[in-house]
Design a binder for this molecule. Sequence first.
Ligand code: GCB
Length: 592
Amino acid sequence: MTTEPLIFAENIHRVDYLTPYAEPQADADSFIDWGLRPVESLDGPWHFAIDPYDTCLRSRWFEEKYVDEAGRPYPMDFSFDDWETVPVPSCWNTLAEKWFWYEGSAVYVRKLEFQPGPAGERVFLSFGAAAHNAYVFLNGDFLGWHQGASTPFRFEVTGKLKDDNRLVVVVNNTRRPENVPMDNTDWFNYGGLHRGVALVRVPATFIKTVSVTLVPNGEFRTVAVRLSVEGLDIDGRAEVEIPELGFNRVFDVAGGVGSEEFDLEPELWSPDNPKLYDVYLRYDGDEWHDHIGFREIAVNGLDILLNGKPLFLRGVSQHEESVANGRSLTKQEVWQNLTLAKELGCTFMRLAHYPHDGLVSRMADEVGMLLWEEIPVYWAIQFEKPEVLADADNQLRELILRDRNRASVIIWSVGNENPDTDDRLRFMSTLVDSCHDLDPTRPVSAACLCDPSIPAIRDRLADKLDIIGINEYYGWYEPDFTKLSALFENSQPTKPVIITEFGADAVTGLRGAADERFTEDYQLSVYQRQIEVLSTIPYVKGTTPWIFYDFRCPRRTSVLQGYYNRKGLLNADKTQRKLAFGALQEWYKSMQ
Ligand code: GCB
């Protein structure tokens, strides 16, 4: 008689079933900047099933074993190919009513044909993002996992691909107090492979990360080129070429890194002149290419300077959402948002509260829109825990590595409305330092709360920031509007301030008196009064009212809200403008 446990019994009894999947974890160190390299898209139909009890991970479905070594039935009694298919990228919530509120694990499966390329090539599996955690398996083997809903990650699959392969990805969007963001947010918890998946091939030695930027020294002529390479030949010569400038130079790479400054005097990128150059980098047979704009963003006293000129950031905040596609916007929807923001008179958008698709910053580069990019260090996350800091810091690094070559991105934000505790100050100061280390060319900010008791702009984190973001809801959560003027009278910031949020809920089409909450008229009156005050405050250098369009929000249960945050200037499907849209538009256009 055998004493061995039956495999299926082990599977159903094991409580620590996630332990085997703790390593490896894809993180910012394994980030590769693809630039505009050709990729082989794996988007399209994937087999899919929600897996509320995490049986794929517990019972190792990804091995596709129907009997064990002893011939006993193994606990997988179906084929992945029987499952229905869903499109990737997408959020499962918007695909079918039965998945709308689903939170937990879901399993994505597809076959993948592969033909090997030249000897020595390396192959990577690249994910735009998976909300919130992803466990990735190829041909029954665990490749690794990634944490964080909105940043890209990659796994090397060199030597692991056959002619026909099976890819299994378990995506889990369970809200957890120890996550970034935590379990309580003011937005909808979308899940899924909501950005593209692709295979990317590079030569044996390849260009891994790149930064090409104007040196912020006020001269607008020096371009710094930095790269890292990975492979066997990490000492050599790299070449940089910008054909339109007739520029072609080589520089040294030693120990895998190269860095050089060149005197170039490029035409400057700005919202009025979104000039992009084709930039090529070559190393050891590898070529990297991207479209890059050159501009300088700086803070001088109370001013924000773009290419040396002070500017007021005429902005709006937006979530990444559409009614039809949740967080997985189509190209057309991204384009529509940028076009509507331009119509509103905006030169600036706050991408709240997490990294939006890299497509947004690419398109913003093309159309000339300045961006604030943020990580989901939102409200009171578990600031005291080192592992939470490591997670936030990693998401920040992944975002910066993805977008530091985008001229449109001018400010990194390390969080939103966090309580002013010692743990939080330590935590977020570390994040500010990370930004400055990885990208010394952009100011760092955060959307802070003001001290309502005085009222005054008073947050200890402000000392660490280059620009202070302030969220205030005078006229809405704080009905006494006179306090808005008092807030500014009581504050003497030594840095520029952006009012990163103000606003009021309004149900589209609901009209009434100017003091009737939830009407468009009330929202309009809040905007009018806010604009009247904000336009007179010399250190307010930008505004990003809350919010561009209504967005889904499970916390908003009243009949008028109907699980939507209704502070949009547009309704949720962006087809109708509320009255306040016109008021903000008028103000912004008067500043053009
Ligand atoms: C805030 C938050 C934002 C909310 C907004 C609101 O202060 O930063 O995420 O959605 O208020 O509508 O309450």
